[in-house]
Design a binder for this molecule. Structure first.
Ligand code: MF3
Ligand code: CO
Ligand code: CO
Length: 267
């Protein structure tokens, strides 16, 4: 029967859907990405550089037989991305290039890790503090993390990508923070960015794509403590808040199942 409530939503291309075997492979890649994030949280400390954290992450991915789809990634108009991970500090939202930046007590650090293993890709990000963080920073982490889980909670057959984005936006704005508009969640699995699925962290319910079993995508709210506007740095990659405010980013790769959703980068 035609679902009239969702009839403004489109359908995903059949070829974008993953088999159960493919989903297991994405999950295996996700296990490695999750370990990288756990390691980063464990070893980060004041005085360490983003480049040192990157080296430890790359080593762990290699030890598990994985590679990074980020290294050398060059969408048109971008220089090739020069690292395995993205490490973004404080006002940096995403795509921070690891290098000489030194962590200081109170910093907010986003580790965004994408791993390719046995041909399949998973993508996950987590923001955490270095040492003691401010109450504002702690609240921003709490709200952004919860926004991700609210989005995941809307991910089930019959709902739409717009339902997820709208729920994320509503929750973030109710907490007086803002959602970045220019960067979205995306299809993921055979490639890091699969354009069959686009998932803004804002929008209107019942629009976008109808969710169905076999869809795999990254949900990744990017939340600014201040205004939503962004700026790109001259390295061609790093995205920062235009007003210099703090930003946080949490991301999971998920699969839509018959019964709901499975987090492929979670336990
Ligand atoms: N992991 C990022 C995402 O969530 C993509 C990073 S692309 C890179 O979509 F080239 F900057 F690494
Ligand atoms: Co990512
Ligand atoms: Co992503």
């Amino acid at each position: 029967m035609l679902n009239r409530r969702k009839n403004s939503a489109g359908k995903v291309e059949r070829t974008a859907l993953k088999t159960p075997e493919e989903i297991e492979k994405i999950y295996a890649a996700g296990r490695v990405a999750r370990k990288v994030i756990a390691l980063a949280q464990e070893i980060v400390q004041p005085g360490m550089t983003t480049g040192e954290l990157e080296d430890r992450a790359a080593q762990l991915i290699l030890e598990h037989g994985g590679t990074s789809p980020c290294l050398g990634y060059a969408p048109s108009g971008y220089p090739p991305y020069p690292a395995w991970t993205c490490i973004s500090v404080n006002e940096e939202i995403v795509h921070g290039i690891p290098g000489g930046r030194v962590f200081r007590d109170g910093d907010l650090v986003t580790m965004d890790c994408c791993v390719r293993l046995d041909g399949y890709v998973a993508d996950t990000a987590f923001t955490f503090g270095v040492g003691e963080i401010s109450p504002l920073a702690a609240n921003l982490l709490q709200v952004t993390s919860e926004a991700l889980y609210i989005g995941i909670g809307c991910a089930r057959p019959g709902n739409t990508t717009g339902d997820i984005g709208a729920a994320i936006q509503k929750f973030v704005e109710a907490n007086h923070y803002s959602v970045v508009r220019e960067l979205h969640g995306h299809g993921v699995g055979r490639e890091m960015h699969e354009n069959a699925i686009d998932l803004p962290n804002y929008g209107r319910p019942e629009t976008g794509l109808l969710l169905e079993p076999g869809m795999t995508f990254a949900i990744e709210p990017m939340v600014n403590a201040g205004r939503k506007e962004i700026k790109s740095l001259r390295d061609g990659w790093t995205i920062v808040t235009a007003d210099g405010s703090l930003s946080a980013h949490f991301e999971h790769t998920v699969a839509i199942t018959e019964g709901g959703v499975r987090i492929l980068t979670g336990p």
